[in-house]
Design a protein around this ligand. Structure first.
Ligand code: HSE
Length: 456
């Protein structure tokens, strides 16, 4: 019904308007999933994009590894080359779209493009998280733009929200599900009771996880994205090396089940928070209440929550991976590049939301300075006696327990799984207590310690 109505309004169908301004000439490096998606969406939606920009965006040149394969994807007007430096050095190119990935050659090419006075659009979060300071400084010096909306939670315009929509606010924290692969795996573990290895195999079979999923499952991809979110939220430099990272590879399906009994689910969260003891920058599996909005984010979807002083909590949700969702962000960046022509660099939206001279290297808090609630699981024998002793010992150490659950251990009929949810406790204190408890004869193993977040 909606489609029929829409089709009958010719005003809804944008054909390419006659644009008086010269087209934006794009050179692209890489024509994989994202590059081909970008080309396809630019072709398909050329009319509506030009209606917004008043300027055509034309891919003039593409550097690829396999020329014959590329010739089957782009039309013959597009010049194909297997030399990416030919793209970044070509005086007929205004903006370079880097969608090849990696941090070595990609860094060299991006810096070379900048030195040639070209704007750059990239979806490469690893590149910017690791070399962002160098790249943004070079771009600043040359007066060009490096745009990267596609690098973080692809389809969600979260960089634009932080840099522009929330520009009036002091941002207190940003937290989110910013890796689709791990969210898919955790959703499957939760819904089907699968172990990590089985859920990963399923994700690979369906194409959600890469053949080499290390960056995703170890939490590093989320840490790359968190680095960029934090820089834009707080006006700090990009500092990937200071993010505390735990992935999901050692997560036990039993903990997901036992957390569920207590009304929680486990998500891999990226959290950046301004606190009196410094910035928290951390990625780790986290318990959140099963009725929290983030707990409703399933499969490969992403979502980001931002808490700021004037706007309050805002939430952003969308596809976190995929050819066209990423293309949407890459093209939005090209549209922004269309609009910077003739503007002085200081009047543009700054690369990291704040003017370069306002960026401050605030201290990053060590993880043991964190104060959090915790989920603890201990596998014990003689539970009645052990639990009483345990609660007494924790009370003396200053760890108060809010909820307790004791169940038979599914892996060993002689053991019980004791789950404790603590009140807020300094991580330093908790680690000390756990080291002591590990020596107890009735404690067969410290199965798990997971941090909890309320995010309200
Ligand atoms: N591997 C990433 C993810 C793709 O799973 O979220 C998008 O950055």
């Amino acid at each position: 019904m909606y489609q029929d109505q829409h089709a009958s309004f010719s005003v809804g169908q944008h054909t390419q308007p006659a644009c008086a301004v010269a087209p934006l000439r794009v050179g692209m490096i890489g024509l994989g999933t994202v590059g081909a998606g970008t080309y396809r969406v630019l072709q398909r939606n050329a009319g509506v994009i030009a209606a917004r920009t008043g300027r055509r965006i034309e891919i003039r040149m593409v550097a690829v590894r396999h020329l014959a394969r590329a010739a089957g994807i782009v039309t013959p007007e597009v010049l194909l080359t297997d030399d990416p430096f030919a793209v970044v050095n070509d005086p007929g190119i205004d903006v370079v779209v880097e969608v090849m990935g990696g941090t070595g050659l990609a860094r060299e090419l991006v810096l070379q493009a900048i030195s040639q006075g070209k704007h750059v659009v990239t979806a490469n979060k690893a590149l910017l998280a690791e070399h962002g300071s160098e790249i943004f400084a070079a771009a600043q010096a040359q007066g060009v733009v490096v745009a990267y909306e596609g690098a973080v939670a692809v389809s969600i315009p979260i960089i634009k929200a932080l840099r522009e929509g929330l520009a009036a606010n002091h941002i207190q924290w940003v937290a989110g599900i910013i890796n689709g692969t791990t969210n898919y795996i955790l959703s499957e573990m939760q819904a089907k009771g699968l172990g990590f290895a089985a859920a990963l195999a399923e994700a690979q079979r369906l194409g959600y996880a890469e053949a080499d999923p290390a960056l995703d499952v170890q939490g590093l991809d989320a840490a790359h994205k968190l680095t960029l979110l934090a820089a834009n939220a707080f006006g700090v430099p990009v500092r990937f090396d200071q993010v505390y990272v735990e992935g999901i590879t050692t997560l036990d399906a039993l903990d997901i089940r036992l957390a569920g009994r207590l009304g929680y689910c486990v998500k891999l969260l990226g959290i950046a928070r301004r606190t009196p003891h410094g910035l928290e920058l951390r990625v780790h599996p986290t318990l959140i209440a099963a009725d929290h909005l983030l707990a409703q984010v399933h499969g490969a979807m992403n979502a980001v929550l931002v808490k700021s002083d004037a706007a309050g909590i805002t939430m952003y949700y969308g596809a976190g991976a995929g050819a066209e969702p990423t293309a949407s962000a890459v093209i939005a960046d090209l549209v922004d590049v269309c609009r910077v022509a003739g503007t002085a660099p200081r009047q543009r939206v700054p690369h990291l939301a704040f003017q370069p001279d306002a960026i401050q290297a605030l201290p990053v808090a060590a993880i043991d300075a964190l104060e959090s609630r915790y989920y603890l699981r201990l596998d014990v024998v003689n539970p009645a006696r052990t639990v009483a002793q345990l609660l007494g010992h924790l009370a003396v150490a200053g760890v108060s327990v809010q909820q307790l659950d004791v169940t038979e251990h599914p892996g060993d009929p002689g053991w019980s799984a004791v789950v404790l949810l603590t009140d807020p406790t300094p991580e330093r204190v908790l680690r000390g207590v756990l080291a002591e408890l590990a020596q107890w004869p009735n404690v067969m193993g410290f199965a798990s310690t997971l941090r909890m977040e309320a995010l309200n």
